[in-house]
Ligand binder design. Structure first.
Ligand code: HEC
Ligand code: HEC
Ligand code: HEC
Length: 472
């Protein structure tokens, strides 16, 4: 009798306690005031969400991280959170309503849509942190608006918030400079023995690549990294796999003096050869009164490279509202591309080229590769010597990717299907089914665009990958 009474009392107390907790939880986890500007509401949501605690180099950690057991569990999340994503630049920009990157928008949109962040074990302890439906709506609405503001070309309503954007139809260039740049790009006099031009490794007829694992320079010397395409390189935030060149002009100063590429002893040497060509020197001076210098050579090449964009792909037509431009399978491939996080790194006009990302985010790529580590495998680390940057690479763009084989910085994947399957495994943490691989590949093939009104093609035989690449 007494027992039963006590039980009832206990249950009642518990219920009251739970209800009280819920009230407190609700009170703690409020949406920011609607009177605040939208960006400030979003800032507060992420501040309350504890995002900076696990996604920055200098986290403000709660007291319990000092406790032995709890501390260890939390520190593991902090380490792997920061390894996966640094949210600091985004938060700093957001705080002052500054410019945020498309990569940040895509990454944050994805974890909010999937309801992945912050993880339950965090928000169960930090009551105000979970992203309630109301908070998610505010964030997603803000992301949509940011994308629309960021891009001048208005897409139809139902495509306006896509993470992938169409390539510009035209570019403004100085025609005379671009013409000189075209000539220089194809001029072997930039190399020590007049045998190798930029086009040797980046031929425009072969999608801007050489289709070798590693490139062949003067004296048939081999480099140690795969040549990316020059098409749409203008959209990259930096150049080279490790980002060591800030602009296309900076980049163009590299190959002429690179000992395994064009191997010229100096720019003076190149300039002397070009000066000796009277008609070239005259044409050059007409455009650049200051004459032939390293700065004017690289400026002209950059101007030419700015013309190397490939608009009007079938996918871009779809983005602009032509529903019949791609097939149902290709569209499904795009949906999978978004579902499996691909579009969080391969984002924007060039589907990449906007951030450095870890190769092997979800599973150790280099351990599985079975090839000894090379200097190039260090990626961004070569430039910064920061341990966090080891194996981090500038994300390659995926425009015209059906023609730019072999793939990855190490050129180890010969088919697009293999590259896609491995991306699922190492970057997204999923084993893609064959049907999924095929659909994503079909989608990627819709990204092939036009240069000067002609669809890009590449007739190179696949045998060239092996053409004494592996003998050296
Ligand atoms: C307790 C630590 C913790 C908190 C708090 C936290 N995260 Fe994370 N976050 C992680 C970890 C760990 C991962 C990696 C998870 C994985 O590999 O699946 C991650 C992954 C991510 C990623 C994906 C990175 C990628 O490339 O897949 C994003 C984006 C992200 N978090 C954003 C946020 C945002 C926004 C918040 C705040 C609302 C937040 N996180 C709060 C620990 C945290
Ligand atoms: C011997 C072959 C070779 C020659 C010649 C060559 N390149 Fe490259 N190019 C490469 C390789 C390999 C890379 C990647 C190197 C790296 O990332 O470290 C590259 C990278 C680039 C990139 C960066 C693309 C990106 O997505 O990061 C551009 C742009 C480029 N080259 C333009 C040029 C220009 C302009 C010239 C002539 C001045 C030239 N290349 C000459 C092989 C070559
Ligand atoms: C966390 C960021 C990230 C995610 C997610 C990601 N990628 Fe990548 N992707 C990269 C990086 C970095 C490379 C270059 C890796 C290297 O060269 O070692 C790359 C390379 C590629 C390449 C080869 C391109 C070339 O020219 O060599 C393809 C194709 C590709 N990704 C497709 C995908 C697909 C499909 C998905 C989704 C299943 C995906 N990626 C997910 C970062 C990512």
């Amino acid at each position: 009798m007494l027992m039963k009474k006590t039980m009832r009392l206990c249950v009642a107390v518990l219920l009251v306690a739970a209800a009280a907790l819920l009230v407190v939880y609700r009170a703690v986890n409020r949406v920011p005031s609607a009177d605040l500007p939208q960006y400030e509401q979003v800032y507060r949501i992420f501040e309350d969400g504890g995002c900076l605690s696990c996604h920055s180099a200098d986290p403000e950690l709660p007291f319990y991280t000092k406790l032995p057991v709890a501390g260890k569990i939390v520190m593991k999340d902090v380490d792997s959170g920061y390894r996966a994503y640094d949210i600091r630049p985004f938060m700093d920009a957001l705080k002052v309503n500054g410019e945020v990157s498309e990569v940040d928008l895509a990454k944050i949109e994805k974890v909010v849509l999937d309801d992945r962040m912050p993880m339950p074990k965090y928000y169960l302890v930090h009551w105000g942190s979970s992203l309630t439906a109301a908070k998610r709506d505010i964030v997603l609405d803000w992301i949509r608006n940011e994308r629309i503001v960021m891009h001048s070309d208005a897409l139809p309503e139902n495509r306006a918030a896509e993470p992938v954007r169409p390539i510009d139809q035209t570019v403004e260039v100085d025609e005379a400079k671009a013409e000189l740049g075209f000539a220089l790009f194809h001029d072997p006099r930039l190399s020590v023995d007049n045998t190798v031009s930029c086009a040797t490794c980046h031929a425009l007829e072969t999608a801007g690549v050489d289709n070798h694992q590693y490139s062949h320079g003067v004296d048939d010397q081999l480099g140690g990294v795969n040549a990316p395409t020059v098409y749409n390189a203008v959209y990259n935030f930096v150049q080279f796999w490790d980002g060591r060149a800030k602009t296309l002009a900076d980049q163009a100063a590299g190959p002429p003096l690179n000992p395994v590429e064009m191997a010229s002893p100096s720019f003076d040497d190149i300039i002397a050869k070009l000066e000796a060509d009277k008609s070239f020197a005259k044409a050059f001076k007409a455009v650049y009164p200051e004459g032939i210098t390293e700065a004017t050579i690289t400026d002209a090449i950059e101007e030419f490279e700015r013309t190397l964009i490939t608009p009007n792909s079938r996918f871009d037509k779809w983005l602009r509202g032509d529903d019949s431009a791609i097939t149902a399978d290709e569209l499904e491939g795009y949906e999978l591309f978004k579902k499996y996080d691909c579009a969080t790194c391969h984002v924007g006009k060039n589907l990449g080229g906007q951030s450095y990302e870890l190769m092997g985010l979800r599973r150790h790529y280099f351990a599985d590769r079975g090839m000894e580590l090379t200097v190039e495998d260090n990626g961004r680390y070569k430039e910064t010597q920061h341990e966090r940057d080891r194996h981090r690479f500038k994300v390659p763009g995926l425009r015209n990717v059906e023609h730019t084989w072999p793939y990855y910085h190490d050129g180890t994947r010969e088919t697009l299907e293999d590259a896609v399957r491995d991306m699922g495994r190492y970057q997204s943490g999923v084993e893609l089914a064959d049907a999924e691989v095929n659909k994503i590949t079909a989608f990627l093939k819709t990204l092939t665009g036009e240069y000067q009104g002609k669809l890009l093609t590449n007739d190179t035989s696949r045998d060239v990958i092996h053409d004494h690449d592996h003998e050296h």
